[in-house]
Design a protein. Structure first.
Length: 110
């Protein structure tokens, strides 16, 4: 999954983005989904850019989050909807962001 975070630096110095962590939670399932509703996973986001935002600048932090699927092929339409929360640690503090929209991982019947 590819994502982005809009950042605005109103400070008088450059803000360094130290790390981004994500938590994903299943909020809905259908069909033969094997995971349980409300299950959580996540970890560090290692592929993001830029790593800093200059004083008075705006930036879009772009990143990707990988998914691993072990489905062997459902016989009916199957999906799970995920909610994402991101924790962004910067030189100016730590910020928690609720993604707001959900991501659907969908498997058509085989």
């Amino acid at each position: 999954m590819n994502g982005s975070i809009d950042a605005s630096n109103t400070l008088s110095n450059t803000v360094t983005i130290k790390s981004i962590d994500e938590v994903d939670q299943i909020v809905a399932t259908a069909g033969e989904w094997q995971g349980s509703k409300n299950a959580k996973d996540g970890g560090p986001v290692t592929d993001f850019s830029p790593k800093s935002v200059g004083s008075g600048d705006n930036a879009t932090i772009k990143f990707s989050v990988g998914f691993i699927c072990t489905s062997s092929g459902p016989t009916v339409t199957t999906y799970a909807d995920f909610k994402f929360t991101f924790t962004v640690k910067t030189s100016a503090g730590t910020y928690t962001i609720d993604a707001g929209n959900h991501h659907r991982l969908n498997f058509p019947p085989s």
